[in-house]
Design a protein around this ligand. Structure first.
Ligand code: NAD
Length: 637
């Protein structure tokens, strides 16, 4: 697919931070650019700012004077939306307000030719919601640049439900022609970057809230051990906690307040107190005082001779161990040092994860009542290897390991939900957030069993909902390190679909209620239902029993996708919000655990709304397997 020809004019609506940046990129790439803003004079001011930026680039030798002059000659502030007639591509970068964006695109449809491609730069709204009132949504997509657009290479090309594949291809080719690195994403909350990056901040705040590790130590470990360019608090202070919290809140809300995305109470408090970060003179760190030093162990005398020949430390990999008679060092696997030590003869000291074998700093943790000399022996040994050592409290997953495990799980989840390919997720995270390594690749390298181990330990010690492991992630862990989706999973999903179909064809009651199976894979299912007039009570509210029936049907489909006959054994349901006539309800079922003959299944019932999903009910049930299959096993056919 070719990019939009340079001879085709490009329109940009909204001349703020992003609009001005995008206009500069398009003009520098050779297009005539027409920049429109509703605020009088805003487009002219933006054009002037771009001129100055280009002049500075010439002064610094990054751009030739002729190139800057050419770009300037192609860039025009225009006074009305009608001036965008004749543009082949119009990119919207106005305020993040659904109503304003919808009204704008309705106006653009009236002005632009039928072949013009329309794109939104929204960071947090659903592309489908923005497109909801368009007459021709096939030519509409998300084109999500990052700030500052002229400098950052990443662009997420977001396909909505109705986006024509050729339109997405055209935008990918155009972004490439403009010198950007595009990745493809589906229209789901946060697209790739804003969704997958949540744990980077979320885990850091969670640890800080525990009161057991200070901010400077968390930042230092993630930088000096994890290889991240900035620590999460330094970065959030730079971005602004209001902006960061708004993204967290919008992803959390859009996922029906899924506990995996629950925003930090501490960050809410920072925002309420006006401590937004550098722009207000302070956030997590005060701007006018020196940054506190991270916790660093004082030098201890050289490691005792007993360590001689103990072998090397590899804090970037799971599974190694070195020890003396009394102390053993192991990499963290999520469990605490106390759990590792148990009643054993040696004190186990855990080493936090690092990006590579020779980080500047490593974090360690010993059981709370470990003999002081054992901890000192471990510190001395690691200092002897040249590491600065941070002694952490004995918390599950320490600092870097819990961050990387939750990021890898978020990356795998985005891949499994069809948001993007593993390659695009990793590209997006390396370019969009400057991560030292793509989180999916990192999870594969560490082993998905290690990732799920850390999550399971956090779930057991902290919050089972927040750290729950999806069935697909569990599949990766059991399938071993080399798991990369593909054939095996496709085969399992085919079987799941066939089994679900066989079960559903026998379920006349669910079909009579107008339910439909929307999506099926091994251990998961989505079932929908439209609330009809005969389903509501005298108060106009959908009968709880019917919401229960929907959740139960999704539960049954998810449990039976392993091609075993499985029945419900019991369930608890919590009704969160009412549903009304005309609502489209979606029941999303995930099997959380499957034992030899029984399982546990979580179902969330959502109300579908153009702006996102609202949680209606939470349902947790137990299942029991009874002998027999739903479709003949392969060997029987
Ligand atoms: P901004 O506030 O700097 O600029 C918005 C501009 O839109 C203003 O100049 C305003 O006058 C104009 N505007 C408002 N309503 C309009 C209308 N109906 N018609 C024409 N112009 C109108 O905002 P921004 O930071 O540039 O963000 C713009 C969009 O880009 C938002 O959707 C935002 O989510 C997204 N985005 C922002 C960033 C970022 O870091 N700032 C990054 C990626 C995406």
């Amino acid at each position: 697919m070719d990019a939009i020809a340079r001879s085709v004019p490009v329109g940009v609506v909204g001349a703020g931070t992003m609009g001005a940046g995008i206009a500069q990129v398009a003009a520098a790439a050779g297009h005539e650019v027409r920049l429109y803003d509703a605020a009088a004079g805003a487009a002219e001011t933006a054009v002037e700012t771009i001129f100055q930026r280009l002049a500075r680039a010439v002064d610094k030798g990054r751009l030739l004077a002729e190139e800057a002059e050419d770009a300037v000659s192609r860039l025009h502030a225009v006074a009305t939306l009608e001036d965008l007639a004749g543009c082949g591509l119009v990119i919207e970068a106005v305020v993040e307000d659904l109503g304003v964006k919808r009204a704008l695109f309705t106006g653009l449809e009236a002005v632009c030719g039928p072949d013009a491609v329309l794109a939104t730069n929204t960071s947090s709204l659903s592309v489908d919601a923005v497109a909801a009132e368009l007459a021709h949504p096939a030519r509409f997509a998300g084109l999500h640049f990052f700030n500052p657009a002229p400098l950052l290479p990443l662009v997420e090309v977001v396909s909505g439900e109705h986006t024509d594949a050729a339109v997405a291809d055209l935008l990918v080719a155009t972004a490439q022609a403009w010198g950007k690195t595009p990745v493809r994403a589906a229209s789901t909350p946060g697209f790739i970057v804003n969704r997958v990056a949540r744990p980077f901040y979320g885990e850091a705040f969670r640890l800080l809230e525990s009161g057991r590790v200070d901010a400077a130590t968390i930042d230092a470990l993630l930088r000096e051990s994890g290889g991240f360019r900035m620590g999460p608090f330094e970065l959030a202070d730079l971005i602004g906690h209001d902006v960061n919290l708004a993204v967290s809140r919008s992803v959390w809300e859009a996922f029906g307040r899924d506990p995996r995305f629950t925003p930090s109470v501490l960050q809410e408090r920072l925002v309420a107190d006006g401590r937004l970060g550098r722009k207000t003179g302070g956030g997590v760190y005060a701007a006018d005082t020196p940054r506190p030093e991270p916790a660093t162990a004082d030098p201890v005398p050289a490691a005792p001779a007993a360590w001689a020949g103990a072998g090397g430390v590899d804090p970037s990999a799971p599974g190694w161990s070195v020890g003396t008679g009394e102390v053993e060092l192991r990499p963290t696997d999520g469990r605490t040092a106390a759990q590792h030590t148990g009643g054993g003869p040696r004190t186990v000291v855990l080493v936090d994860l690092a990006l590579d074998t020779s980080p500047a700093r490593v974090g360690i943790a010993a059981p709370e009542h470990a003999p002081k000399e054992h901890l000192e022996a471990a510190i001395g040994f690691l200092q002897g290897h040249g590491y600065a050592v941070t002694v952490l409290p004995d918390v599950p997953g320490l600092v870097v390991a819990r961050t990387v495990a939750t990021l890898a799980a978020a990356a795998a989840d985005a891949v499994d939900s069809g948001v993007a390919t593993a390659e695009d997720v990793d590209t997006a995270m390396r370019l969009g957030t400057n991560y030292p390594r793509g989180p999916y690749e990192w999870g594969s390298a560490l082993g998905w069993d290690w990732v799920t181990g850390v999550l399971d330990a956090l779930a057991a010690a902290d919050d089972p909902g927040r750290y729950r492991v999806s069935p697909r992630l569990r599949d990766r862990a059991t399938a071993g390190d080399g798991w990369r989706d593909d054939a095996e999973v496709a085969e399992r999903d085919d079987l799941a679909r066939n089994a679900a179909e066989a079960m559903w064809s026998a379920d006349a009651a669910s079909r009579a209620l107008g339910m439909a199976v929307e999506q099926v894979s091994s251990g998961t299912a989505v079932v929908s239902m439209l609330v009809r007039p005969d389903m509501i009570n005298g108060h106009g509210v959908c009968h709880g029993g019917l919401v229960f029936a929907l959740a139960d049907s999704a539960f049954a489909v998810a449990c039976n996708t392993h091609n075993r006959r499985t029945v419900a054994q019991g369930a608890d349901v919590t009704f969160v919000a009412p549903a009304h006539e005309g609502d489209r309800l979606l029941a999303v079922a995930d099997e959380r655990h499957r034992g030899a003959r029984s399982g546990i299944c979580d179902v969330t019932v959502y109300r579908e709304d153009p702006a996102g999903l609202e949680t209606i009910a939470l349902f947790r049930g137990r299942s029991r397997e009874i002998p027999g299959t739903l479709v003949p096993d392969e060997e029987e056919t």
